[in-house]
Ligand binder design. Structure first.
Ligand code: ITT
Ligand code: NA
Length: 198
């Protein structure tokens, strides 16, 4: 009962480990396999990139693989950084630099116009099987000053109106009940049995 998550993002890896632990599924990630090369994300949609990551590694290593392509869609920036969220401030993929760039781009935008969605697409692949994809999204607002120490990536800037706090002010348990990733994973669970048996 093992699944390889095709990610080198330590923040994502921790969330998947917590989410799958509850089901008794052992999770490996690419952080456990330094020898597996990165898959170049050449797609223009979350779905294309998630499929690219999952299918390339499933085919090469003959394993069941789950990939996550996610990012932030900011309304005032026409949906950017979107699929480019990881490389927003450059290919070193620095959370601090990405957050600084986002704040800079939104300097003149007032609070009520800083609406955004966090998006997550998951792709599940197995050699010789048609892949399964599911997505989850949550609405929020981009703050002008980061708040909270938990989570990773854009979490300190993503304010959830209904909770009155950012994703980085939530415990990982709380984030994992309501995040874009949690919503996608719920849909994956629903579709899982049907997919495995066909
Ligand atoms: P892998 O491709 O190895 O999985 P990555 O970090 O490159 O790692 P993506 O291409 O999917 O992953 O980029 C996602 C970006 O969105 C990246 O900058 C993340 O920090 C950010 N992100 C995704 N989910 C997030 C979350 O739950 N909280 C905060 N930031 C998140
Ligand atoms: Na990506």
């Amino acid at each position: 009962n093992e699944i390889l998550i095709a990610t080198r993002n330590a923040g994502k890896a921790k969330e998947f480990e917590a989410m799958f632990a509850k089901k008794g599924v052992t999770v490996k990630t690419l952080l456990d396999y330094p020898e597996i090369p990165d898959v170049e994300e050449t797609g223009t949609t979350f779905e294309e990139n998630a499929l690219l990551k999952a299918e390339t590694i499933a085919r090469t290593f003959q394993l069941m693989v789950l990939a996550d392509d996610s990012g932030l869609k900011v309304d005032a920036l026409d949906g950017n950084p979107g699929v480019y969220s990881a490389r927003y401030a450059g290919k070193m993929k620095s959370d601090a630099a990405n957050n600084a760039k986002l704040l800079h781009e939104l300097t003149d935008i007032p609070p009520e116009k800083r609406t955004a969605q966090f998006h997550c697409t998951l792709a599940l692949a197995y050699p010789g099987k048609k892949s399964l994809t599911v997505s989850g999204e949550i609405p929020g607002r981009i703050l002008s000053i980061p708040k909270g120490e938990n989570g990773f990536g854009y979490d300190p800037l993503f304010y959830i109106e209904t909770k009155g706090k950012t994703l980085a002010e939530m415990t990982k348990e709380e984030k994992n009940t309501m995040s874009h990733r949690a919503k996608a994973l719920e849909k994956l669970e629903t579709a899982w049995d049907e997919w495995i048996n066909h």
